[in-house]
Design a protein around this ligand. Structure first.
Ligand code: HEM
Length: 376
């Protein structure tokens, strides 16, 4: 069935001024149809309700194996229980010193540079280096994985099926090598190789799905988050100055900046029966695109939602989702981002803009390029 197009997610305006476009859509057409994304949901209340009703709004949105995000209960529960221990507070704490070292190393490389593209020289390599270290993969994977993520993002944007299939095949080759080398080691990858469900080892496609998710799935999100944080701190020197004086405020500042401009734009659901959302009748088996960036700027939930505020209540912040699919990596991501901001502040006396930024385009968020000057 063909629907009227409520908006065009691929227009220049939607791509280049994404946050403003989402604010406008939330006000004018909070559940909006487009051929590209089907039904996009912009309001916090609608998204929050969808997250709690996984019978009506299923996560089985694609025919590809996706552990555990593409699963519904009871299968989801089994695999979610399997992965949760890898992200425990204890595991995150044990990994923190390594992240600190990585962040300090890369901050040292860009400190005192007249003009440096923060995305290319810091955000991307640090995001990849941290995920490689988390999995126990050697540094030689950093460049190929960075190239892989960019290629895959581009193919996702233009929906190039052949190119996406090629990317998937390329990732399988990378993982096959990794699996071979990690058989007898003692790290996250080696532990995954030993995991069993109902007495059976994970299948190859399950393993590849998990490793793909942990190695590269969130690298784009992590790099975007670093860019968004640093751009905001260069534009708001008073806030940058404040956290230089009082580093205990860093976690709060990270949460609030990323509420204002989310690093992950969307996730999807599929309707299992006909539903009505914001007055729109949506048939069964339709794809819904939940827009996290919009939900977190909803003025009915966050007072002066488009403003940075100290001491804001983040209970309703949906940056890491909610309900049974709530991000298991939230604690890990928070620790990594805190290590990044601490290292950047410690390596500089001031960070400021060194020119025009260019926006990243959906499905990415944040900046494609971000020229900054780090004063020693
Ligand atoms: C700033 C960084 C991150 C953000 C904003 C983020 C956000 C999210 C969100 C919104 C969801 C819910 C998806 C849904 O409801 O369909 C999610 C799920 C997930 N995230 Fe993250 N994430 C981040 C980092 C990470 C990292 C570093 C990892 C692992 C290495 C990770 C692993 C996962 C997994 C495995 C799921 C699926 C959980 C499930 O379906 O039960 N995330 N994330």
């Amino acid at each position: 069935m063909s629907h009227h197009q409520d908006w065009n997610p691929r227009s220049d305006e939607s791509l280049n001024q994404a946050v403003t476009t989402y604010d406008q859509m939330r006000a004018e057409c909070p559940v909006a149809y487009s051929d590209y994304l089907q039904w996009t949901v912009f309001r916090h209340a609608d998204i929050a309700a969808i997250l709690q009703d996984h019978d009506t709004f299923s996560n089985c949105v694609s025919r590809h194996v996706s552990v555990p995000n593409g699963m519904d209960p009871p299968e989801h529960t089994i695999y979610r229980d399997l992965i949760n221990p890898y992200f425990s507070e204890q595991a995150v704490q044990a990994f923190a010193p390594t992240c600190q070292d990585i962040a300090e190393h890369y901050a040292g490389l860009i400190s005192d540079c007249e003009e440096v593209d923060f995305m290319a020289k810091f955000a991307w390599p640090v995001a990849v280096a941290m995920q490689c270290a988390f999995l126990g993969w050697s540094d030689q994977h950093i460049d190929p994985l960075t190239a892989w993520v960019k290629r895959n993002q581009q193919a996702t944007l233009v929906r190039d099926r052949a190119e996406l299939a090629d990317c998937a095949a390329e990732f399988e080759v990378i993982v096959s090598g990794v699996i071979e080398r990690h058989q007898n080691k003692d790290d996250v990858t080696a532990r995954l190789l030993q995991e069993r469900v109902d007495g059976e080892l994970l299948t190859r496609s399950q393993l590849i799905s998990i490793l793909r998710n942990w190695a590269v799935g969130e690298i784009g999100t992590m790099a975007a988050a670093m860019g968004i944080l640093v751009q905001f701190l260069t534009e708001n020197p008073d806030i940058q100055h404040h956290i230089r004086q009082d580093q205990t405020k860093i976690p709060e500042v990270i949460e609030e900046i990323l509420r204002l401009q989310g690093p992950l734009v969307t996730n999807r659901r599929k309707t299992t029966c006909p539903v009505t959302l914001a007055g729109r009748d949506i048939p069964a088996d339709s794809t819904l695109t939940l827009n996290w960036v919009s939900a977190n700027r909803d003025e009915t939930v966050f007072e002066q939602a488009d403003q940075f505020r100290w001491n804001r209540d983040h209970k309703q912040n949906l940056m890491y989702g909610a309900g049974i699919h709530y991000c298991p990596g939230a604690g890990l991501a928070r620790m990594e981002l805190k290590a990044v901001i601490m290292a950047l502040l410690n390596a500089s006396s001031d960070m400021h803009s060194a020119g025009e930024t260019t926006p990243a385009h959906y499905p990415a968020s944040g900046y494609a390029t971000l020229p900054i000057h780090m004063l020693k």
